[in-house]
Design a protein around this ligand. Sequence first.
Ligand code: UD1
Ligand code: CA
Length: 459
Amino acid sequence: MKLDVIILAAGQGTRMKSSKPKVLHELAGKPMLTHVIDTAMGLSVNAAGKIHVIYGHGGEQVKKTLGHLKDVEWAEQTEQLGTGHAVQQAMPGLSKDCIALILYGDVPLIQQQTLENLIATVNDTQMGLLTTLLDNPSGYGRIIRDKNNIVQKIVEHKDATKAELLVNEVNTGIMAVKSSHLQAWLNKLNNNNVQGEYYLTDIIEMAVNDDVVVVGTITNDEVEVTGINDKVQLQEMERAYQGRQAERLMREGVSMADASRFDLRGSCEVGQDVSLDINVVMEGKIKLGNRVKIGPNVLLKDIEIHDDVVVLANSVLEQAIIGSGSQIGPFARIRPDTILAENTRIGNFVEIKKTTVGKGSKISHLSYIGDSELGSGVNIGAGTITCNYDGANKFKTIIGDNAFIGSDTQLVAPVKVGKGATIGAGSTITRDTPDEKLTLSRNKQITIDSWKKPVKTKK
Ligand code: UD1
Ligand code: CA
C-alpha cells in the first residue's frame, strides 16, 4: 500500500508576532515545515506516495518558499474550521487506497523511526495514534482508554469532564490510517462542540464504532512531539535539537569544549579526533577530516576540511576546500571557490576569494587575494593586494611556484608573476614578471640634506 503524508500547516501562528507564516520560521537554519517534509520524504515506506501540504494563512509566502519541491502537492484551506476540515482539503488528491499519515508543520522534530513504527500498526482493522504522557496535559486532547487499556476516544480539553481532565495521556495529533477509513469518517464529522470546529480527533470514536482498533503508541520523547507556537518554544526546540546534534557528533568521536555553544545548521561528516572549541557555527554541508581542530568563534559554511587542519579563532570559511595540514587564522576569511592544497598557511586579516593555492604556500598577514592561481611554495608578504577588478570586470593573477612577493605589493590583474620570481616590497606590478628575477617598481629613495625639522611658532 502506498503512503501519502498530509501535513497540516494552515494555522496562523499569531503568537509568533511575525509577518512570516509560522511554519516558515527556521529551526537549525531550515523552515519548520521543511523539517517535516524532509522527514516524510525520508520514510522508507514512502516509496511512491505523495506529500500533501495544507496551507492557509500566508499561503503565498509558504508556496513561494517551498513551492519548488518535487512530490509535494499543495491544498488550500481558505478558512480554518478545524483539524478535521483541514485534512478534508487533502482528500481529493490522495492516492487510491493508501495509508494516510497525518503530520503538522509546527511539530518539526518528529522522528522517522517513530513514524515507521506507527505506520506498521495500520491495516484493514487497525489504525495508529501517537500519544504522549505529560505532567501538565492542560490544553491537549485527552486519550480515553477502556478497562482493557484500548483507546476509545479523544476528548478535547475544552469539551472534557472533570474526570477526563485528570488523564495525562494526550493526543499528539499524529496518526496513520487507511485512506478509505479516513474518508468515510471525515464525511461524518460535525462541529457540535465547544469550539464549533471540525475535530479530526472525532474519528477515533468512529473507528472504535466501526470495529477498527486504535493502536495508541506512547512516545516518551517530548521533543519529537512538541508543537511550536511562539519564539520562546522555538528557541527551546532549537537548543534541544542542537543538543542532540552535538551529542551525535560526540558519540562519533568529536571533542567539544561546550556542547551548549555549538550550532549545526545543515549536515556534518567527521573523521576521528576532531575537536571543536566554543561557539563553532556550521552551516550547509560540512566535511571534517581526521584530527581537524577548530578554534573558538569560527563560522564554517559548505566546506571540506582535510586531515590535520587547524582553524584558529574568529575565522570565517565558506565554500572552500582546505588541504591537509594547513593552518588558517586567526581572523582569516576564506570566501567561495577557494581551494588550498596541503600545508598552506593563511594568517590573520587575510581574505581569499576564488583562488587556488599550491602546496606549502603562505599568505600570513593582511592581504586580499582574489581570482588568483598560486603555485606551490609561494610566499605572499604582508599587505599584498590583488587588484582584480577595474570597476567593470574581474581579472586573474597567476603566481608561479616559489615566487616571493614583497610586502605591500599591488598586483594589477591580469598579471603573471614568474616561477621563483621575487617582487620588491611596495611595488605596483602591472606587467608580467620573468622567472627567477627580482622585479620592483619603486621611486628611488632620496635623502634631503638641507631639510630641517619644523619648530612650533610662539604666539
Ligand atoms: C490539536 C488536537 C489535540 C491535540 C493537539 C496537539 C484536534 C481537534 N485537537 O489541538 O487533541 O492534543 O492538537 O497539539 O485536532 N490546523 C489547520 N487548520 C485548521 C486547524 C488547525 O491547519 O483549521 C493546524 C494548525 O496549524 C496546527 C494543527 O493543525 O498546526 C493543530 O491545530 P490547533 O488548533 O493548534 O489544535 P489544538 O487545539 O492544539
Ligand atoms: Ca496547538
